[in-house]
Design a protein around this ligand. Structure first.
Ligand SMILES: *[C@@H]1O[C@H](CO)[C@@H](O)[C@H](O)[C@H]1NC(C)=O
Ligand SMILES: *[C@@H]1O[C@H](CO)[C@@H](O)[C@H](O)[C@H]1NC(C)=O
Ligand SMILES: *[C@@H]1O[C@H](CO)[C@@H](O)[C@H](O)[C@H]1NC(C)=O
Ligand SMILES: *[C@@H]1O[C@H](CO)[C@@H](O)[C@H](O)[C@H]1NC(C)=O
Ligand SMILES: *[C@@H]1O[C@H](CO)[C@@H](O)[C@H](O)[C@H]1NC(C)=O
Ligand SMILES: *[C@@H]1O[C@H](CO)[C@@H](O)[C@H](O)[C@H]1NC(C)=O
Ligand SMILES: *[C@@H]1O[C@H](CO)[C@@H](O)[C@H](O)[C@H]1NC(C)=O
Length: 394
């Protein structure tokens, strides 16, 4: 009874139809134009993307901003919630296919979601997404032009239903997304439905979803939580490529400009085509002239690679050296030069230093093995002062 009421909002919804215009992938220019809007709602729009043709690298990278709603779109309907030049990826909000028993008609109601990005710069990321099928009597699948992928779920009681565990005998199964997919339809096998089990688990689902953002909950089967959570969209990760060419083809193509225009950048090929990235030690936007800038490794508060030495930033890298009298250990820590002695260890009182002392001997941990023994010596006055700051000298 209660369930029938819960379900009503779902059943009244009209099936979502999802049409995408194919965009011709023709590069026009390889510079980042000035005076372009680079934000829509909370989403940054880095070049090569843009809101107008002149602001994007080519027509395939033009997006649409609904300023009223503060939402960014590819085509008319697909919401774009994130764009990352570093990852060569975007995140889309897409739809879920659902199928629920309608008590009033005794029929199954359904909505089959589909996505067709044929002719666009995007492909579904095979590494970041998966196909999920939910329900207690459900065979769901994704059908594309060249593939069918799906799986079968039951709730047969052989294993307990556990939050966070997707198990095909407990109402949830997963399948891998094939590589290079640009189009799919989510379908239900009509031989499986919830007619007999509508009182407890009336709905089935099929969706492509970002793996990192899906976690199975037992309430997805027994309530409308899954639908309610994702009726405005389910996150899916897309890869994109400047053109479908390989790097070599793109570099040698004299008819279209090569997109990796920044110095200290390079080209890489993914499932969608070719993309650019800043060389190791550089960061920024490789699609813009001088977009890749040197990373100051020495000035990174969270992960200084040169833990206690003297760090010097260099173009594309850094050097890490130790003050005189000290030597570098494997993990970038400067240590007093080892004075191996076969005699008893002399320690000048309890250690108080600013870093973990896992390998060091302390009076409390004696005896130490010789290899890790580090007799503490006072630093001579010849030690460069800069070392003292790294060591918070004692
Ligand atoms: C923009 O979003 C608003 C609010 O969601 C909507 O009413 C309007 O139709 C949208 N405009 C366009 C051009 O899509
Ligand atoms: C961007 O794409 C290139 C080529 O596929 C890949 O090597 C690189 O790892 C990607 N970057 C990230 C952060 O995924
Ligand atoms: C996607 O659209 C193209 C035409 O734009 C069509 O040829 C193709 O069959 C469609 N794919 C799917 C899976 O619907
Ligand atoms: C799973 O989590 C939901 C809340 O998110 C809770 O209501 C439900 O009882 C949990 N299921 C199990 C089997 O612990
Ligand atoms: C549910 O599946 C059964 C078995 O295939 C079938 O006989 C029945 O007609 C289906 N019910 C609906 C409402 O589609
Ligand atoms: C970065 O680019 C500049 C200018 O082309 C070049 O001089 C420099 O050697 C490059 N850095 C590295 C680490 O290759
Ligand atoms: C510091 O390094 C970490 C790991 O390499 C990186 O994620 C972070 O962005 C860097 N922070 C700054 C300020 O460069």
């Amino acid at each position: 009874m209660e369930f029938a009421r819960l379900l009503l909002p779902i059943l009244q919804l009209v099936a979502v139809v999802w049409v995408l215009a194919a965009v011709d992938v023709v590069p026009v220019a390889a510079q980042s134009p000035a005076g372009c809007s680079r934000r829509c709602g909370n989403v940054d729009i880095p070049y090569p993307f843009g809101l107008e043709t002149r602001c994007a690298i080519h027509g395939g990278f033009v997006l649409r901003c609904n300023t009223t709603a503060g939402k960014l779109f590819h085509g008319d309907t697909v919401e774009v919630t994130k764009i990352s030049v570093e990852d060569n990826k975007s995140r889309f909000n897409t739809w879920t296919s659902w199928q629920c028993y309608d008590r009033s008609t005794g029929q199954m109601k359904y909505s089959d979601a589909w996505l067709n990005l044929t002719g666009t710069v995007y492909v579904l990321s095979a590494d970041d997404n998966k196909i999920i099928v939910l329900g207690c009597n459900n065979m769901g699948y994704m059908i594309g032009d060249t593939y069918v992928v799906g799986c079968l779920t039951k709730c047969d009681g052989t294993s307990p239903m556990v939050n966070g565990t997707c198990s095909s005998t407990s109402g949830c199964c997963e399948a891998e997304v094939p590589r290079g997919v640009r189009a799919y339809n989510g379908y239900f096998n009509p031989s499986y439905n919830t007619t007999k089990i509508w009182q407890t688990t009336p709905c089935n689902y099929v969706a492509v979803v970002e793996s990192a953002s899906f976690e199975f909950s037992t309430t997805y089967l027994t309530s409308t939580v899954f639908y309610d959570t994702h009726k405005l969209g389910i996150p899916v990760v897309m890869e994109w490529g400047i053109t479908r060419s390989t790097c070599e083809q793109a570099q040698n193509d004299e008819t279209t400009p090569y997109a990796c225009v920044s110095s200290n950048s390079s080209c890489a090929t993914n499932d969608a085509g070719y993309v650019c990235r800043c060389s190791k030690g550089y960061q920024g936007n490789p699609y813009i002239v001088d977009g890749c800038t040197d990373i100051d490794e020495c000035n990174n508060g969270t992960s200084n690679p040169c833990t206690s030495g003297i760090c010097e930033n260099t173009p594309g890298g850094y050097t890490c050296s130790c003050p005189r009298g000290q030597s570098m250990s494997d993990n970038g820590v400067c240590k007093e030069k080892q004075k191996l002695t076969w005699m008893a260890l002399v320690v000048d009182g309890p250690y108080q230093t600013d870093r973990p002392q896992a390998n060091r001997c302390t009076p409390a941990r004696l005896p130490c093995s010789l290899g890790t023994t580090e007799p503490r010596t006072r630093r001579s006055s010849a030690t460069p002062a800069s070392a003292g700051t790294h060591h918070s000298g004692r």
